[in-house]
Design a protein around this ligand. Sequence first.
Ligand code: COD
Ligand code: ATP
Length: 200
Amino acid sequence: MAMIIGLTGGIASGKSTVSTILKTKGYTIIDADIAAREVVNIGEDAYNGIIEAFGKKILLEDGNIDRKQLGSIVFHNTEKRLLLNSIVHPAVRNYMQKKKTEAIEAGKQTIIMDIPLLFESKLTYMVDKTILVFVDPDIQKERLMKRNQLSEEDAVARIGSQMRLNEKIQLSDAVIDNNKTIEETEKQLYNIINEWELEP
Ligand SMILES: CC(C)(COP(=O)(O)OP(=O)(O)OC[C@H]1O[C@@H](n2cnc3c(N)ncnc32)[C@H](O)[C@@H]1O)[C@@H](O)C(=O)NCCC(=O)NCCS
Ligand SMILES: Nc1ncnc2c1ncn2[C@@H]1O[C@H](COP(=O)(O)OP(=O)(O)OP(=O)(O)O)[C@@H](O)[C@H]1O
């Protein structure tokens, strides 16, 4: 029976950093952010839904969604963010479920589902256990600003749109403190893998 692990954490907390380590160890990763990009490709259902809801003004010259523009709208307007979620999340759930079934049929013993909004979107029914990657708020903001070239205001708006860290810590089966070096993070990850006897 495959063990399904939910990997989550606030924006820029280090989920992709941890999932990359897992991938190099041969684990199967199903990434919700990739799913959310796939389902809004030109011609996909969510693509048409976004244009209906936000108008063609959020398209680039080549017809693709202008992510920067859409992000600047939804992270400063809760109603618009929830509207976007209502369009994209059902398609993301279907995509993730399909990939999970494929991985189980392929005989994978452990499947990692990297889902930023695992708790916010109440998706814990999809997984057996959860790992939370966390950082202190000031480090999170600094890393997000640096990685995405965001202003402090935009970084704070994105961080503020997600569940509070202490709530997520309560809900998680294991936590990884990603405030220090990546080597330190790796050690905590290996402890969890050994304790839970996770095989790829
Ligand atoms: C708003 C969009 C266009 C911004 O795109 P952009 O390329 O700037 O960000 P990207 O998609 O890489 O997301 C980066 C991070 O932002 C956070 N985030 C993204 N969407 C949301 C959201 N609706 N609510 C809260 N946080 C979010 C997550 O931590 C995510 O890992 C895009 O994030 C999007 O379509 N969001 C809606 C779908 C969604 O909720 N994705 C999150 C994972 S399911
Ligand atoms: N321990 C660390 N020390 C220094 N920088 C780090 C560390 N962990 C992650 N980073 C950097 O912080 C940024 C955010 O990390 P990462 O992209 O893994 O977060 P994430 O949780 O996947 O973000 P998102 O919510 O956007 O998916 C990246 O630029 C990454 O290189």
